[in-house]
Design a protein around this ligand. Structure first.
Ligand code: UD1
Length: 357
């Protein structure tokens, strides 16, 4: 049983679902955390993900309301279906709800994208990660850094380094995505070949803090190159509440599907973001990245000089540095194609774990 709910989980499950269904029966459960078509349905369509067997329709609300409702509904679905494994991804409220519901009724949990840490407990995602890792029977950290993070917390059993599932998704879609490039750029009033920064901002720590959001808006408005910004619902809501507006330099568009995101990554000069996944995708596309946070889970992108952390006030300098020629070295941090198949192989091999939990 695979639990998904938010955008990054749809992206990660695409190749895993395919790999599972070659040899096994999968029950796909969508919690409903992301419910707008452009945050959910378009990803299922772009990535060829099958219709979920269950859609729980639980979106919005506070953290406790959302997570609590998910726990109740997920437990019912798990009791009914009695899966051999529950699979969860990353760090969302859907992730922690899936892991906790399963662990309490003794269904083995596998955590894909385990072991990431920002060491910042003000992020809800960090709490979700720590909890999920400690509840899981099998853990698939994407990088060596993540393996070490788990070791520091005493988690060594059931840990398999197989690479990052995003490798299976992202690089396989470039050709298909390029076909959409011209239509997409027309929406942004940019010509093909014109340099631009691709930006996304959605973390509560940036959107919900008036001063930080103001600094971010000002920085985008005055950046030396145009900014293409697919606007997350939380950003839209908070811009409205604070009464901030983007200037002509910012090409604000609706949230885009995954193929369009790949097309934008392929076409852009640099990436500016507070998303976890996008930092890594920028690296895979060899695009320098500016991360508007004071921590990152993807430290290897910073250490190899392709990513820099910045405060909104220092934006311009960070963007200028990112526009310099990138480092000559581009180490292979995230593994090679076939990550999803290696995950399914491990789940088959480790299935007897159920007898021991
Ligand atoms: C969630 C994940 C985050 C992930 C991100 C990707 C948690 C704690 N965070 O953050 O790790 O990087 O998804 O986007 O799980 N909303 C809509 N339409 C939608 C979805 C959300 O209007 O389709 C609204 C919600 O009602 C809420 C806000 O947007 O007001 C934020 O949604 P929420 O589910 O809290 O999490 P994200 O910020 O999207």
């Amino acid at each position: 049983m695979t639990i998904v709910g938010a955008r990054p989980e749809f992206i990660q499950t695409a190749p895993v679902t395919q790999a599972i269904r070659k040899r096994h029966t999968e029950i796909l459960v969508h919690t409903g955390q992301h419910y707008d078509d452009n945050m959910s349905a378009v990803f299922f369509a772009d990535l060829g993900i099958p219709e979920p067997e269950y859609n729980l329709g639980i979106g919005g609300g506070t953290h406790a309301e959302q997570t609590g409702q998910m726990l109740i509904s997920l437990e019912q679905v798990m009791q009914r279906e009695q899966p051999d494994w529950v699979l969860v991804f990353g760090d969302t409220n859907s992730t922690v709800a899936g892991a906790l519901a399963a662990a309490k009724i003794h269904i083995p949990v596998a955590h894909i994208e385990a072991g990431l840490r920002s060491y910042d407990r003000r992020m809800p995602e960090e709490i979700n990660r720590v909890m999920t890792d400690h509840l899981s029977d099998v853990l698939f950290p994407p990088t060596r850094v993540a393996v070490e993070n788990l070791k520091r917390e005493g988690i060594t059993r059931g840990v398999r380094l197989v690479g990052d599932v995003r490798v299976d998704v992202v690089l396989g879609m470039v050709d298909k995505a390029r076909a959409r490039r011209a239509a997409l750029l027309a929406q942004t009033r940019l010509t093909d070949g014109q340099p631009f920064a691709l930006a996304t901002i959605h973390r509560a720590s940036n959107t919900d803090d008036r001063d930080r959001l103001k600094a971010i808006v000002t920085a985008f408005n005055t950046l030396e190159l145009p900014v293409v910004l697919p606007v997350h619902p939380r950003l839209k809501k908070m811009l409205g509440e604070f009464g901030f507006a983007f200037g002509g330099n910012v090409r604000a568009i609706e949230p885009v599907g995954f193929l369009d995101m790949v097309a934008l990554l392929d076409a852009c000069q640099i990436v500016i973001t507070d998303s976890g996944g996008l930092q890594k995708e920028a690296y895979m596309f060899r695009r320098p990245c500016v991360t508007v946070r004071d921590t990152t889970e993807w430290v290897e992108t910073v250490e190899s000089g392709w990513n820099r952390l910045t405060e909104p006030a220092d934006f311009a300098a960070a963007a200028a540095a990112a526009l310099q020629p990138p480092p000559a070295e581009h180490p292979d941090h995230y593994g090679t194609l076939g990550v999803s198949d290696r995950i399914v192989d491990a789940l088959e091999e480790l299935l007897p774990v159920r007898a021991t939990v």
